[in-house]
Write a protein that binds this ligand. Sequence first.
Ligand code: PLP
Length: 410
Amino acid sequence: MANVLKGDASGRGQIAGYRVSIPARQHPYTEAEIAAVVDVMRNCEAQTQSSKMLQFQEDFKNYTGANHAFAVDNATNALSLAASLCRIAPGDEVIVPAFTFCASAIPFGKQGAKLIWADMDPKTWTVSPSDIERKITGKTKAIVVVHLLGMPCDMPAIMAIAKKHDIRVVEDCAQALDARINGQHVGTFGDYGCFSFHGAKTMTTLGEGGMLTVKSDADAALVPGIRHNGCCAFNYERERYWVPAMSNVDMDIEGFWPNNFCIGEAQCALGSEQLKSLKENTDMIIRQNDKLRELLKDVSEVEFNEIPEGYRHVRHQYIQHFDGSAFGKNRNDLLDLLTKKYGIRSIVQYYPLYRYPLFQKLGNGDFDCPVLDKWWDNCFSVPMWCGMSDEVLETIADSIKSAIADLKKA
Ligand SMILES: Cc1ncc(COP(=O)(O)O)c(C=O)c1O
C-alpha cells in the first residue's frame, strides 16, 4: 500500500506522521465569502448564468485589465474554448511546454493537433522563447505558454515571435492569477488567457471554477454560444414568446460544436468576494517564499528560479532544484530523508508530459527538450500555503540543510 495516494488527488490534505504537511486549501474562507454563497442560496432565483456571473466577469476584467472575460467551470474548459477559437483541426501542430500540468495540452490534442513539446529556460524555468521559434513549422496553428509556478513567461519575446509568424497565442494562467510583467497582467498579452479557481489555488470558487479572457471582439462574440450548447435568443420579435420554443439553438458560432462550460451563481458570487483579498494573500505567499529563499541562500546545492526585473512571480509552488552530484546523491535521496527522517511532506510536480503513458499512447511521445530532461530529475517542492509562520519556514529550511549534511556524510 506504500504507493497509494493519500489526501486529495493532488496529494494535499493533512496526513499523520508529518511535521509539515500540505493542507487541502491555501487559506480558510472568510465570513464575508461564506455570506456571499449563503446569500445566493437564500435569495437568488437564478442559479446559473445570471447577475452574479456578469458581476464576476466585470470584476475580473477590472482586476486583470482583460478586454473580455467569461466565467467557466474550470481552466481545462477555458483551454478547450481557446482551442476551439484557434480552429485547431487534425493535421495542425500546437507548440506546448513539456513542463506543465497535463491540462495545458489535452484540449489541443483532443481537437486532433500534434503536440510539439517546447523546452524550458534554464534560469526562469518557464518555456524558452527561442525553443518555441525553433519548433515553428508551416503547420503550427497555435502556441500555448504556461505561467507555471506563478512565474510569467517572457511574453514580450513570445508575442514578437507569434506576430512574425502570424500564430495565435494561448496563455495558460491557471497558476498565475495576479502575476504581472511591468504591471501588465498575464493573460492579456496573447489572444486568450485561461485561469483556474481549483481548490488548490490562491483563489477558489468552491473547489472548481475558471475564467477565459479574450482579446478580440470577434472571438468574444462567439463565446457565450459555445459555452452554453449554442443556446441564444431569437433575433426577431415573436408574437407569442413560446413559438417556436423558449430559446433558440443556432449556429451563429461559425459551425463550432458547442458544449456546456457554465459555472453556477454561488461560485461566481464567491469569486467576486475572493478577488477583494487576492492581492493581500498573494503578497503573503510571495513574502513567505522570499523568506525561504533567504534562509537557503548559502546552501549551494539548492537553487530557486531567477526572477527577471519587473516580473511579479506569484510563487504558486515552492519548487527548488537540488544538485548533489558532487557527493553522488540525487533528489530522491534528499526526499527520502526530508519525508521520512525530517517529516517534511515534500513532493515532485509535473512529470515532463512526453514521459506520461497517455501522451505516448496518443502519439505524442517524441521530444527534443534537453534542458528540461536533465533538470527535472532533480527538482522538488516543499509544502506551501497562505499564512505559513516563520517557525514553519525555518523548520523546512533547517530540515533541507540537515538532510544535505546527512547525504554528504553517507
Ligand atoms: C498549469 C495548469 N493548467 C491547467 C490546469 C487545469 O485547471 P482546472 O483544474 O481548473 O481545470 C491546472 C490545474 O491545476 C494547471 O496547474
